[in-house]
Design a protein. Sequence first.
Length: 126
Amino acid sequence: MRRTLAIAALLFAATVHAETPRDFLTRFEKEAGSTASAERGARFFTTKQGGEWSCSSCHTERPMQAGRHAKTDKPINPLAPAANAERFTDAAKVDKWFRRNCNDTLNRTCSAQEKADVMAWLLAQK
């Protein structure tokens, strides 16, 4: 019985992978086929993108600070990983929120390059 539990624990540990924000940057750069640019990411984040919102409409131009949803006024925890260690650690959440927020601001899906650029900029925040 102990051996079975030990094997199960090892298998579980091997399948659980705590992702990091850098993992997402690497993933998006690989999908884009090019290196991210923090400068492009900052520009993208703060510019209205076809809709009436930009990323900074809710997350503020300073993602080390808390924001508020532009429509609902609901508080939003800081987006930058340096200010919020829970950000960009779960692939399902990252994919979900990029999908929703890109649709809200761009009326389309963000490209891998846009995601990589935003991640590079967010990781540069200290």
